[in-house]
Structures are given as structure tokens and as C-alpha cells.
Design a protein around this ligand. Structure first.
Ligand code: DGJ
Length: 727
């Protein structure tokens, strides 16, 4: 039994394959009984009865017991001076919530979260859920915290539901998804960035006080991913203790880690409380987003592998979850807005000949859109540009043997659009204030059902009237004035907006189960688990330069599976950084994710086109290893001038190695593999046989320091494909 209530000791033991979490009941002096987080770490077979001093008696004067107890569900008031999970204002305006245990239970499986994306089970046996019921009798606030253990996948999903069971209205000032208590000081690792340079790995050592990553943008954002890893200092890729917190949410979030004066760490993660205030009338309830916790005592590498497996298998959904993804060409960097039917068919024709499987028509096919100043919201074909209509274009693309994909940015509206003319009140805006433009566009008020319904019907019509196999769902600006003509207050709007987005995505993806949906927000501006629930792949960054992508994809892999990261070969000089790299490295970087192109093949030389033909063949051979294999980071581009990573299935290994800048007079780097079954034997394409131990301790010899005469010296790459052999 992975979740056990030990009645005698009044404690709950959640025991995963490699971790244990122990929550214990604790009688407070005021008659309430609260859950404490007594242990979270490596899996325990026994828990000591004498759990050691709880620190409380030792503390005097300024720090009361409440300031040091490891509350599992911390609330405001009562002298707990650390970040709290809940701050609830009662009918008298007081915020002194004391949540006392009223019950608990263990149920098989996992319940759906109303209106929110979340991890799920297909069979009840896959998970067990422990719920704790807590209540503040004085205010009437009731909370159910659910801890779902995915036993085989070795992860814990946590969320909370708050109900107003009292007579007066309650105001939620903060409603966190999870709180963690660790009895030590830890490193803080997070993924920060900006547009076109997302997912930078940053680690800071233990530090007293708070460290927070958050978004106030109405989207998870390019700046901070909703993920933090906390590591016991010294942890490395293959060793050490690391705790991961990943939020299944795409809106305003915050994750705060606080190291107190006693070097204990409290972490609270959930919706961003700065942009949140929610009225809860009697009888109403509020569901928090889910946080997914992973513990690894084999370093960051194992932590990532657990997230990858869970997110591939029990977060992503739909027909494409377990299917090979088509290799695409997208016309954006090839044409931008300047295309017509002939141009599209010219690219598609060559693409089909080279082995491409899907043609994607990006921005500019609708309304009167010739640049980014108009037409968002008018999801009708731009007849002057495509006079034959979209159906004819999609038919012709299909005749070439390609699937057809289309770009949308459903959440947005241009001032210069028919939709705005007809519904100026459908925009997020604050009464009396000028709307702040960004990319010449505004955000639709998706907290309103009629706006949601309009989008559901309009997008569905386009999908139904044309032959569309794929949708790229973009989102290219963040919040400014958060007001609604419907009167929804600014404290509720960001979350109600997200609930609206999720409803639209749920209905549209549900109605069109054969369509492959790809998420995008100017690249990785909304690359988060919430989006992966609806769309099993996401455009990782608008930066398509191979060298920049090494860091972007390496950083993202800390939590997200490479098989969800779209990555394209684009033209050189690269459009974002003007760097010139060879086709080989561009191909190897892109093959390490969901592979595609974003260039006009007709502008390539015949030699390049032949290279591309071979590249596509290789990508077809490798894509299932990349999608399903276990991913291991081998060399970090954040700490060296090289980069390497490995994918491994039961029978195959694929290693990509990269040298960014060349050096004179050095030995070629050896790439040591990791995480191989010890007794296996492998064979490469030339018949060379390798023992796993050799590969892990001696490594594969590369040619990365031997630039071929007359070729570029920098930006080298090499791929190794090994197969398991019986020899
Ligand atoms: C931003 C996306 O990230 C790009 O790939 C492209 O689709 C543009 N939007 C189109 O406006």
C-alpha cells in the first residue's frame, strides 16, 4: 500500500518508488489539530516513532512555535512569519485562519480538477489519492488538500479545493497549490529568460530570505518558467538530492522558497497572490491548479526523467500523445506575410519531394493581414491574398501528399478588425484608461462566456470547412489593463481568463481529435504543463539559431520532454542572431526535438537540398527514439563550450554531441554516456562493438576538434546511433 495512515502514530505515509512524504497530525494549544510535514525525501521502510524534537519548546520570545513548525498547509495569522499557502479574509475582515483536520481518506485513482488541466490516470490502479479535510470553524473556510501518488511514475500531484461552508462571504487573498517544508538550506534552480532566449538555467546557493519566481503577465511567460528545483548543495546531473516543483498552470503564478533563521526551507507554489483576490460566497468553492512534486536522489538527470515520463504519459493527451509526429515545413521565416497561393505551393512542392510530411501556413492568411497591425479576430480567409480560398489551398497541399496545418492566434484582437468594430467591449480594458498596445494588438476578454463561445465556433468552422490536420495556437502579448466590461474585478480576471482559455482549448481539441495542436506564445512564452495538457508539442522559442537552441533546449529539458519541444532548421544567416551555422548542426539540434523546417527549400543550393533529403531520412529514423527514449544530459552548454545529450530506448542509443567554438591543438572530446544498463553491449553503424561500461567510463571518440579542410571550424556536431547487440 503506497499511501498508509498509521493510526497509532496519527500520521500519513505517502511512499513512492524512490521517495516518502510523512504528514503527521499535531495538536495545537488552541484545540485545533494540524498536519505537519515531518519528512520528505528518500523512500523510507521505517519511520521512527520518536521523531526528534519539534523545535517548538526551545523557542522563546519573538519566535513562537508557530514560527518554526513545519506546517503542511500553512495559513496567515498566528505568528507564522513565513510564506503561507492560504490567506483568507473572513466576514469580519480578519485573516487569522486556523485550518484544523476534520477527516482524511485514501481513494484509488485521481479525480479530475474542475476546469483545469492536470495529470490524470487511465486506470484507477495507477494512483492513490490521500485527501486531508481541514476546516476553520470560525470563518467557515473548508479546505481539501489532495495528494495523488503516481506509484509507478514516482511523482506526487498536489492541489487544494477551498469551500465556503460558512454564512459570511470569504475573500481569498492567497490560495496556493502546495506547501513544502524541508529541514535544510538548499540551492535554488530555475529557468529564466526573455523572448527568443528562454530557459536559461540559473542556480543560486543557499540564501536566507525569500526567492520567488513569478508571472504577472496573464501567461506563464518567457521570463520565468513555472518550475523550480531545490537541491541539497553538491547535487549534480547523476548524483545528489533534488526536489522539483512544477505547476500545471499557464497564467499568473508564483513559487517562493524561504530559508528561515534556522536554515529550514518553506516553499509555497500556486497562483500569484499579487494579482489575485477571489470572493467566495457561501456554498462556493475554488479549485487551485495542481503542483507536481518530484524527488530524486540521483541528481537532476533522474528528476528530469521522472517529469518526462509523467508528462509524456499522463499529462499530454489525445491521439498524438503516443504517435509519431509529422515532419513539417512552416512558411513563417520563408515568407513572413508576403505569400500567395503560388508561393505556398512552390515551397510545398519541393517539401513533398524532399520527404516533408506536413505544410504549415503561418500568420497572414485571414482578415486583411499584411503585417501585424490588423485583423486578429477575423478568422476568415483573406480573399485578396488567397482568392481560391483556403479549402482549395488545403486540397492542393493534400494532393502533393502533405498534411496541411494552419496558424491561429485566437485569444487576440486587433483594433483594426471587424471583430473590434462589432464588439469593442470584448477587449480586456480598464474603464477610463487608455489601453496599452503591444505588437499592435489587444487581448480578448475570455472570462466572458459569449467571447469563448464565439471563438469556439469560429475556429471550429475554419477547421471543419477546410482540410486542416494541424493547428499552431499562438499568443503574442501579455496583460496590461485587467478590466472587464462585465464588471469582473481585476483580482479575479487573470484566473477567470485562464479558465476561459482552458475551456476553449478543451472544447476545440475535443471536437477535433484528429488534429495535432501545437502551442506557441512567441516561442516559449507559455511553454508549461498547463498547455501540454491540451497540446502535446510547443514551439520552444522564436530563436531558431542552432547555437542559441542548445541552451534553450537543454534548459527546457530540466522538466519538459524533448519530444514536446518543436525545433526547426531555418535559413542562414539566422534571422534572430544573424549567425551562420552549417546544415548539419542545425539538423542535429532540430532532430533533438520535434523536427521541422522553417525556410524556403527553393532558395537552397541543389547540394543543400540533397543534404536536407538525407537529413529528413535520418530524422525519420531517429524520431521515435527522441520521442519515447529516456533523455540524459551529458555536457552542459551553460558551463562548457560543448554540449551533448543522449536518448535511450530499450534497444537503441542516440547521442548528439556539439562543439560550439573551435579550439586549436586540442584532443577531440570523448563523450561519456550515462545511465546505461551495465551488462549491455552496443554496436554502431560501422560494426564497432561497445560495452556499456566502456561507453560510460571511456566514452565515444568524436571528430569535433577536426574541422574538415575548407569547412567551417566552429559549430560542429556529430550524431552516434548505437543498437543493442547480443554479442
Ligand atoms: C510568433 C511565433 O512564435 C512565430 O513562430 C510566428 O508564428 C509569429 N508569431 C507569427 O506572427
Amino acid at each position: 500500500m503506497p499511501v498508509i495512515y498509521e493510526k497509532e502514530y496519527k500520521r500519513y505515509h505517502i511512499r513512492g518508488k524512490s521517495f516518502s512524504m510523512v504528514l503527521a497530525e499535531y495538536e495545537m494549544g488552541d484545540g485545533s489539530c494540524v498536519p505537519l510535514m515531518r519528512y520528505y525525501g528518500s523512500s523510507l521502510s521505517r519511520i521512527p516513532v520518536e521523531e526528534g524534537e519539534l523545535l517548538t519548546e526551545r523557542f522563546r520570545s519573538f519566535d513562537t512555535a508557530n514560527a518554526v513548525l513545519p506546517f503542511a498547509v500553512p495559513t496567515a495569522g498566528h505568528g507564522d512569519f513565513r510564506p503561507v499557502q492560504f490567506e483568507i479574509i473572513d466576514g469580519r475582515g480578519q485573516n487569522c485562519t486556523r485550518l484544523s483536520l476534520t477527516g482524511h481518506g485514501v481513494i484509488p485513482g485521481k479525480k479530475k480538477l474542475a476546469g483545469l488541466p492536470a495529470t490524470y490516470v487511465e486506470e484507477e490502479e495507477e494512483a492513490q489519492t490521500l485527501y486531508l479535510d481541514l476546516k476553520d470553524e470560525k470563518s467557515g473556510a473548508s479546505v481539501r488538500v489532495s495528494y495523488t501518488l503516481f506509484e509507478e511514475l514516482d511523482a506526487l500531484a498536489v492541489s487544494a479545493e477551498i469551500r465556503n461552508d460558512g454564512g459570511d462571504g470569504l475573500i481569498l487573498e492567497q490560495a496556493g497549490s502546495v506547501s513544502l517544508s524541508l529541514p535544510q538550506a538548499v540551492d535554488f534552480v530555475h529557468l529564466h529568460g526573455a523572448w527568443a532566449r528562454e530557459f536559461n538555467l540559473e542556480k543560486t546557493g543557499p540564501m536566507h530570505g525569500e526567492r520567488t519566481v513569478r508571472s504577472m503577465r496573464g501567461a506563464s511567460g518567457h521570463q520565468h518558467n513555472p518550475f523550480v528545483a531545490l537541491a541539497v548543495p553538491g547535487a549534480a546531473e547523476q548524483s545528489g538530492e533534488v526536489y522539483g516543483i512544477s505547476l500545471v498552470y499557464s497564467g499568473n503564478f508564483q513559487i517562493t522558497a524561504d530559508q528561515d533563521a534556522y536554515d529550514h526551507t518553506r516553499v509555497v507554489a500556486g497562483i500569484n497572490s499579487q494579482t489575485f483576490q477571489w470572493k467566495l460566497a457561501p456554498g462556493e468553492s475554488f479549485q487551485t491548479p495542481e503542483a507536481v512534486l518530484v524527488y530524486s536522489d540521483h541528481g537532476y538527470g533522474h528528476l528530469s526523467q521522472i517529469y518526462h515520463e509523467l508528462y509524456k504519459k499522463r499529462l499530454c493527451r489525445g491521439r498524438y500523445r503516443d504517435r509519431c509526429r509529422p515532419i513539417l515545413v512552416n512558411n513563417w521565416e520563408a515568407t513572413y506575410f508576403a505569400f500567395n497561393r503560388e508561393k505556398l505551393l512552390e515551397i510545398a512542392g519541393t517539401a513533398a519531394d524532399l520527404g516533408i510530411e506536413l505544410f504549415v501556413l503561418d500568420d497572414g492568411w485571414f482578415g486583411r493581414r499584411d503585417d501585424d497591425s490588423s485583423s486578429l479576430g477575423d478568422w476568415f480567409v483573406y480573399e485578396e491574398k488567397l482568392p481560391e480560398g483556403l479549402l482549395q489551398v488545403s486540397d492542393e497541399i493534400h494532393k502533393l501528399g502533405l498534411k496541411f496545418g494552419l496558424w491561429f492566434e485566437p485569444e487576440m484582437i486587433s483594433e483594426n478588425s471587424r471583430l473590434y468594430e462589432n464588439h469593442p467591449d470584448w477587449v480586456l480594458r480598464a474603464d477610463g484608461y487608455v489601453m496599452t498596445p503591444s505588437r499592435n494588438q489587444y487581448i480578448l476578454d475570455l472570462s466572458r462566456k459569449e467571447v469563448q463561445d464565439y471563438l469556439i465556433e469560429r475556429v471550429s468552422r475554419v477547421l471543419e470547412e477546410n482540410r486542416i490536420d494541424y493547428v499552431k495556437w499562438d499568443m503574442n502579448r501579455n496583460f496590461a489593463e485587467t478590466g472587464s466590461a462585465s464588471g469582473i474585478p481585476s483580482g479575479e480576471l487573470p484566473h477567470r481568463y485562464m479558465l476561459g482559455v482552458y475551456r476553449i482549448m478543451e472544447v476545440i481539441t475535443g471536437r477535433h481529435p484528429d488534429v495535432l495542436f501545437e502551442g506557441c506564445s512567441g516561442g516559449g512564452g507559455r511553454f508549461d504543463p498547463g498547455m501540454l495538457y491540451y497540446m502535446p508539442q510547443i514551439w520552444t522559442s522564436d530563436n531558431s539559431d542552432a547555437v542559441s537552441r542548445l541552451k534553450i533546449q537543454y534548459g527546457a529539458s530540466l522538466v519538459y520532454p524533448p519530444g514536446t519541444m518543436c525545433s526547426h532548421v531555418s535559413a542562414v544567416p539566422n534571422h534572430q542572431v544573424r549567425r551562420v551555422t552549417g546544415l548539419e548542426i542545425r539538423g542535429h539540434v532540430a532532430m533533438s526535438g520535434v523536427f521541422g523546417y522553417q525556410l524556403d527549400f527553393n532558395r537552397c543550393t541543389p547540394k543543400e537540398r540533397e543534404q536536407i533529403r538525407e537529413q529528413i531520412k535520418a530524422a525519420k529514423q531517429y524520431r521515435e527514439i527522441v520521442r519515447t527514449g529516456k533523455f540524459t544530459r551529458l555536457i552542459s552548454p551553460f558551463s562548457t563550450g560543448d554540449c551533448a545529450w543522449q536518448f535511450r530506448t530499450e534497444k537503441e542509443i542516440l547521442v548528439f554531441a556539439f562543439r560550439i567554438l573551435q579550439q586549436a591543438n586540442v584532443m577531440p572530446p570523448q563523450i561519456c554516456l550515462a545511465d546505461l544498463p551495465l551488462d549491455a553491449v552496443w554496436q554502431d553503424g560501422e560494426g564497432q562493438i561497445y560495452d556499456s561500461r566502456y561507453l560510460m567510463h571511456h566514452g565515444l571518440a568524436t571528430h569535433l576538434s577536426n574541422p574538415i579542410e575548407g569547412e567551417r571550424g566552429d559549430f560542429q556536431s556529430q550524431v552516434f546511433h548505437l543498437k543493442k547487440t547480443g554479442e
